[in-house]
Design a protein around this ligand. Structure first.
Ligand code: ADP
Length: 499
């Protein structure tokens, strides 16, 4: 016996014992024994619901009825006969009402179990394409009748697409499409072409944000109005559960993203902190080197006599070291202004690009050049609307990097052309050096950033490219780097052209 039938049996046996006890002790035993009929009726109603309760009551009437009718024929409607007829009516009413109550309670239990399994299935992290077939299978099990002839289909909107389970995408004009479009339950008295009519109901999955999808249930035989109403309610519940699951998923995703962002920001802050400490050490060194040279040479000039050629040579070295100091201090000043939110001051004028490229190459080529320099500027009349000093610093920083990070004897190309980006000129510095690793590439324009162990022994502060970006962007332009390790690097920037 199923656990569900056990309380019914216990109750029936209890009632039978009580009635037997009463029948043994009371003078009118027949009347009391007749009340024992309530036992099979109660058991049948509790076990089989409405059909069980009413059939058991009718069986009692069929079995005991002829005797009552015979007694009525013999002696007329005596009190005893009336009492027996009332007993029949009471049994019929009790069997039917009790059976119906049991049916209602079972339907509620089933509904509760369905809702619970829906909630469990949607609570997980599984994507809709995986969760929906499982949900459909659970619903098919829950909604299957004794004949097990129920077909269940689910269609759910997921952004711009429809996810379906147990059915194809709803065809235009179909019951599902109608319910999806109208947001109302749609019923078809016969959805099949067989001998037995197949009833079908499409219940929309309604949520506060709109109709999320549709639940289609199809079965042979009757589908009572109460059952249709229950399916429509299930549709509403499914809609709410889907919306809740969606919100919960979105919240989880948001929390994960937030966590990632905080972790990322913390990592960056730690790195920035380290980079700044490294920067202080590097910059002190960078400042100290030219200062030491200057100190040494001035000391020599102060204390010794040198031929005029040698004095000129020493003055040249001192000039270069002083220039290096000025460059570092300029970069520092620019960056500190940017960090305080102050854009660099630009004095813009039309500047000839070819002349600016020539001047930069002259600066680096010198009498004994370490690299080969090439200029590719097809249009000698190319002009940009820029601050000449800023353009000179941008080019100087890029060419200085190309010289530092590519082997002696290789070629450095300065290229300028009208950009496909209207109203702009593109200027690029290309080298044949070791390149920049792909993971470091997005960070090279950050202040203080230097590619770890990229070029041991090469001096630098990590400020050059940050300054380049600041100056280019102050002109309304943009800068970008492309690099292939062991092949070379190309850093290109856009500046507004002079029409
Ligand atoms: P640094 O003073 O270190 O040169 P930059 O801001 O100019 O600072 O450049 C940042 C980092 O980018 C450099 O440390 C170097 O690792 C890398 N880098 C820049 N230009 C090049 C290049 N042309 N080839 C290879 N690496 C480069």
């Amino acid at each position: 016996m199923s656990p569900r039938g056990r309380p019914a049996l216990v109750a029936a046996v209890g009632v039978a014992i009580l009635l037997l006890a009463a029948a043994v002790n009371l003078p009118e035993r027949g009347a009391i024994l007749r009340h024992l009929y309530v036992v099979p009726v109660a058991v049948a109603a509790l076990r089989f619901g409405l059909p069980g309760g009413s059939l058991a009551a009718l069986a009692v009437i069929v079995v005991d009825g002829p005797a009552v009718l015979a007694a009525v024929e013999r002696a007329g409607l005596t009190d005893q006969a009336v009492e027996r007829l009332v007993t029949f009516l009471a049994l019929l009413a009790g069997g039917t009402v009790g059976g119906r109550l049991v049916d209602t309670i079972r339907a509620q239990q089933r509904r509760y179990a369905t809702l619970l399994s829906v909630q469990r299935l949607l609570a997980g992290d599984a994507p809709l394409d995986e969760a929906l077939p499982r949900l459909r299978a659970a619903l098919a099990t829950q909604l299957a009748g004794p004949a097990d002839d129920v077909a269940v289909g689910l269609v759910v909107r997921d952004d711009d697409r429809l996810v379906v389970a147990g059915a194809g995408s709803p065809a235009p004009g179909s019951l599902a499409a109608e319910a999806l479009a109208s947001g109302c339950a749609c019923f078809a008295a016969d959805a099949g072409a067989g001998a037995r009519p197949r009833r079908a109901l499409a219940a929309p999955l309604v949520a506060p944000s709109g109709t999320l999808g549709v639940l289609v249930v199809e079965r042979a035989g009757e589908m009572a109005a109460s059952e249709r109403a229950a399916l429509a309610t299930l549709g509403v519940y499914l809609g709410l559960a889907l919306e809740n699951a969606r919100l919960a998923r979105r919240q989880r995703r948001f929390a994960d993203e937030l966590e990632d962002k905080v972790r990322d920001a913390t990592r960056r802050l730690v790195e920035l902190d380290r980079a700044k400490s490294r920067f202080v050490a590097v910059t002190s060194h960078e400042l100290r080197t030219p200062l030491t040279a200057l100190l040494g040479f001035t000391e020599l000039l102060r204390t010794r006599q040198f031929p005029s050629d040698e004095v000129r040579r020493l003055a040249g070295v001192m000039h270069r070291e002083t220039e290096r100091l000025v460059r570092i201090v300029d970069d520092l000043l620019d960056l500190s202004r940017v960090e305080r939110g102050i854009a660099p001051v630009l004095r813009r004028a039309p500047v000839g690009v070819a002349a600016a490229l020539d001047a930069t190459v002259d600066l680096f080529a010198g009498p004994r050049p370490t690299h080969r320099f090439a200029i590719a500027c097809a249009d000698p009349a190319l002009m940009v609307d820029a601050d000449p000093d800023a353009l000179e610093r941008i080019l100087r920083n890029l060419v200085s990097n190309a010289v530092k990070y590519s082997p002696a004897g290789s070629t450095i190309t300065l290229r300028a052309e009208r950009s496909s980006y209207a109203g702009h000129v593109q200027i690029a510095v290309e080298d044949e050096g070791g390149g920049i690793p792909a993971d470091a590439l997005p960070r090279i324009f950050e202040p203080y950033y230097r590619v770890p162990e990229a070029a041991p022994g090469v001096r630098g502060s990590g400020l050059g490219l940050a300054v380049v970006r600041t100056l280019v962007e102050a002109h309304g332009g943009a800068v970008d780097a492309v690099s292939v390790p062991q092949v070379g690097t190309r850093i290109a920037f856009l500046l507004p052209s002079v029409p």
